[in-house]
Design a protein around this ligand. Structure first.
Ligand SMILES: *[C@@H]1O[C@H](CO)[C@@H](O)[C@H](O)[C@H]1NC(C)=O
Ligand SMILES: *[C@@H]1O[C@H](CO)[C@@H](O)[C@H](O)[C@H]1NC(C)=O
Ligand SMILES: *[C@@H]1O[C@H](CO)[C@@H](O)[C@H](O)[C@H]1NC(C)=O
Length: 516
């Protein structure tokens, strides 16, 4: 944003302080942009979510066009577009902009029988419009089902390896206990530098599992060290001081040495592409016309193995699994994207319109529209997904709830979501024996000023050792079953159906505090 835009945002935030109310656990001073958080007796606190998104909330750049493709009559345009992407991918990276350039697709309906891959750093795929008019818009029309349930566009190196590439000799133990929200790590052996990417791992031990009652999967098999993924955090080192490192975003779970010995290593990101964008186009999927057809392309756009990436002003329609999905990706922004009318059987594993899958971290979804799916705004990455912000977005005609989906996702923020749901709109809660031992599906997660406008509900429950928060939300907000799926303790709920919560947006206030 420009300075003028920031001034406008801040004056709106400031104007809001002349009336309204504040949470007892998040105090806000609009003049200094300062937020002060109160920890509970267990050490739980609302963490800082503002590091999510492309360069932790930086403006998405407008990258100049370096190549333009005209639509031509063809049975399959996959190779035609891929060759142009590969050509842009072979241009040098401009060391000022950090991009190679944008490929512009002129209007038309492009038949895609395969998968388009954007593997190189610094490449933008840009259409001419996201509508359905062949004359003015760019439509990638996914035809056929070979291979079965494929993804139409994959951005990144395609490796979903959860950042396992360690730089030799850097792995070392974390020697301090960390609480949720902390960002100082004491290491046994210091070898880190400012600018390094590190991965902090909290291995799954029986002692940790015991502290969370083995996930409370209600009759399903309890979580075990074999099937419950470790909690991992991908972070940037921002300061080094003696045997301490400061990391950009906080940890979203407490890391207690008496339960599990955490370790940290430098991640070798030389093979991780960055700065990939997709914008201004429509991805549509051909189906057989029946609402439960499953033999068609399954996900419109996936980011797999990438960082500092974005998609904006796009429409995804008729997918089966997701409109936009992330795995092994950090710092992604989805801005102004519509994902509607999925086509699949309305059951498990389908219709996750906006999805943060395994090792999706610091991902920001904003100004989005979801409709007609099951889990519209969802973390499906278990304990490897965290730092997921869903902001200023809408939800209509949902067949299941937005939620942390399974097995201890942490640090989810639902902020200014407007849902027309008549049933459970949002759950940061226990899912018991749903799926395969889903149990506690979200921890240290927040619903802030979420509005459920059609009689639907929000479930906020308290996981053992952690907390979930529902502050200033509208609708029926509770920890009770029903509408919750299982009987558990209620989470922290405050100011339900009370207008004038300050700050109006937690995410915006946190970002503003950091920028000033
Ligand atoms: C950008 O910087 C890299 C590494 O410093 C260098 O190899 C490359 O030639 C530069 N590219 C341009 C276009 O100057
Ligand atoms: C490199 O990027 C900068 C900043 O976007 C721009 O001003 C400059 O013209 C670009 N250089 C080339 C050779 O395209
Ligand atoms: C929220 O989203 C709407 C629709 O995309 C947009 O017009 C508006 O500017 C956004 N508001 C904020 C505060 O970002």
């Amino acid at each position: 944003m420009t300075l003028l835009q920031w001034v406008l945002v801040l004056s709106v935030l400031f104007a809001a302080t002349t009336y309204g109310w504040q949470s007892n656990i998040v105090k806000y001073d609009a003049r200094s942009h300062k937020l002060t958080y109160q920890r509970d007796g267990e050490g739980n606190v609302i963490p800082d979510f503002s590091y999510s998104g492309y360069h932790s909330g930086a403006d998405i750049p407008n990258i100049p066009v370096v190549k333009t493709l005209d639509w031509k009559g063809m049975d399959d345009h996959t190779g035609y577009i891929q060759a142009a992407i590969d050509q842009v991918s072979s241009l040098p990276i401009n060391n000022t902009s950090q991009y190679r350039g944008a490929l512009l697709l002129r209007p038309g309906k492009y038949n895609i029988r395969g998968t388009i891959r954007i593997r190189a750093s610094g490449v933008v795929l840009r259409g001419s419009g996201q509508g359905h008019e062949e004359k003015t818009d760019t439509i990638l029309y996914a035809l056929g089902d070979n291979p079965h349930q494929r993804t139409v566009v994959i951005a990144g190196n395609g490796k979903n390896d959860h950042w396992s590439d360690q730089v030799q000799g850097t792995k070392t133990n974390v020697i301090n206990d960390m609480k949720v929200g902390d960002n100082v790590v004491k290491v046994e052996k210091q070898s880190f530098k400012v600018g390094d990417t590190v991965v902090i791992t909290y291995p799954t031990t029986d002692a940790w599992l015991k502290s969370v009652n083995y996930g409370e999967p209600e009759g399903d098999p309890k979580w075990t060290p074999q099937d419950q993924f470790p909690i991992i955090f991908n972070r940037l080192v921002t300061a080094v001081n003696g045997n301490e490192i400061t990391i950009d975003a906080p940890v979203f779970n407490s890391l207690k040495r008496s339960l599990s010995q955490s370790y940290v290593y430098k991640y070798d990101k030389k093979n991780t592409p960055r700065h990939i964008g997709v914008e201004n186009l429509r991805i549509d999927v051909q189906t057989n016309g029946r609402p439960d057809d499953e033999n068609h392309a399954w996900t419109a756009l996936s980011f797999v193995g990438s960082e500092h990436v974005w998609v904006r002003r796009c429409t995804m329609i008729h997918f089966g699994f997701a409109g936009v999905d992330f795995s092994t990706t950090v710092y992604g922004t989805v801005d102004g994207v519509t994902a509607v009318r999925p086509v699949a059987i309305t059951t498990g594993g389908r219709m996750y319109n906006f999805c943060a899958s395994e090792a999706a971290q610091q991902i920001l979804f904003k100004n989005c529209k979801a409709a007609d799916g099951r889990h519209h705004y969802v973390s499906n990455g278990a304990s490897r997904a965290s730092g997921i912000v869903f902001f200023n977005s809408t939800c209509d005609n949902n067949f299941a709830s937005s939620e942390g989906h399974r097995r201890w996702s942490t640090g989810l923020l639902y902020d200014n979501i407007i849902s027309k749901s008549k049933n459970l709109a949002l759950g940061i809660y226990n899912r018991g024996n749903y799926g395969s031992s889903h149990g506690w599906s979200a921890a240290n997660s927040v619903a802030w000023n979420v509005r459920v406008v059609n009689g639907g509900s929000i479930c906020v429950q308290k996981p053992p050792t952690a907390q979930n928060f529902g502050i200033g939300c509208h609708g029926y907000v509770t920890g009770k079953k029903p509408p919750c799926a299982f009987s558990k303790n209620q989470g922290y709920i405050e100011g339900t159906n009370k207008d004038g919560l300050e700050p109006r947006s937690l995410y915006e206030a946190q970002l503003a505090q950091r920028k000033f």
